[in-house]
Design a binder for this molecule. Structure first.
Ligand SMILES: [Zn+2]
Length: 164
């Protein structure tokens, strides 16, 4: 398996699922069900490589998500680059991940409806958690598509606080 075969149509390395349109990887998957591919001796994920080949490079810190929720699918039309936030939301929608419901009470609505409310209360809590865990503000800003000074205000509590 190499990058040339990925580029050259991939007809023999995936199978189209007629109902969903998914391109199911035939060449082996990892323990999480993601397409495994080996490029120049380095193992990588088939859906990420397909995204790069078909659509665009993946900005650092972002992940390639499946709109079809089929990890072994490599159909570029089912792939999108997501932020940590998209991924978390995706997981929440699909029930793979649970946030506590704190922050979604009475106090939360006001914050979310604020003029600057690009972020949900859950995002704010997650940003604070990531920062506490040692992630750089600029990385967090990139993941959430916001400016670094906004991250700074959130983690220092100068921006709206949640969870009361
Ligand atoms: Zn798919």
């Amino acid at each position: 398996m190499n990058i040339e075969r990925l580029k050259n149509g991939m007809g023999d390395v995936y199978e189209v699922e007629p109902n969903t349109g998914c391109w199911l990887w035939l060449m082996g998957v990892n323990n999480k069900g993601y397409a495994n591919v080996c490029i120049n001796g380095k193992s990588s994920k088939g859906h990420r490589e397909m995204y790069v080949l078909s659509i665009a490079s993946i900005p650092s810190g972002l992940c390639v998500c499946h709109s079809c929720d089929t990890p072994s699918c490599v159909n570029p039309r089912h792939l999108f680059v997501g932020t940590v936030r998209d991924n978390n939301r995706d997981c929440m929608l699909k029930g793979r991940h649970r946030y506590g419901n704190g922050g979604h009470g009475l106090g939360g609505v006001k914050g979310e409806k604020h003029w600057n409310a690009k972020l949900t209360n859950a995002d704010v809590l997650e940003i604070q958690r990531l920062f506490t865990a040692g992630q750089l503000q600029k990385e967090i800003a990139l993941s959430y598509g916001i400016a670094q000074p906004q991250v700074s205000r959130i983690v220092t509590g100068k921006e709206r606080s949640v969870g009361r």
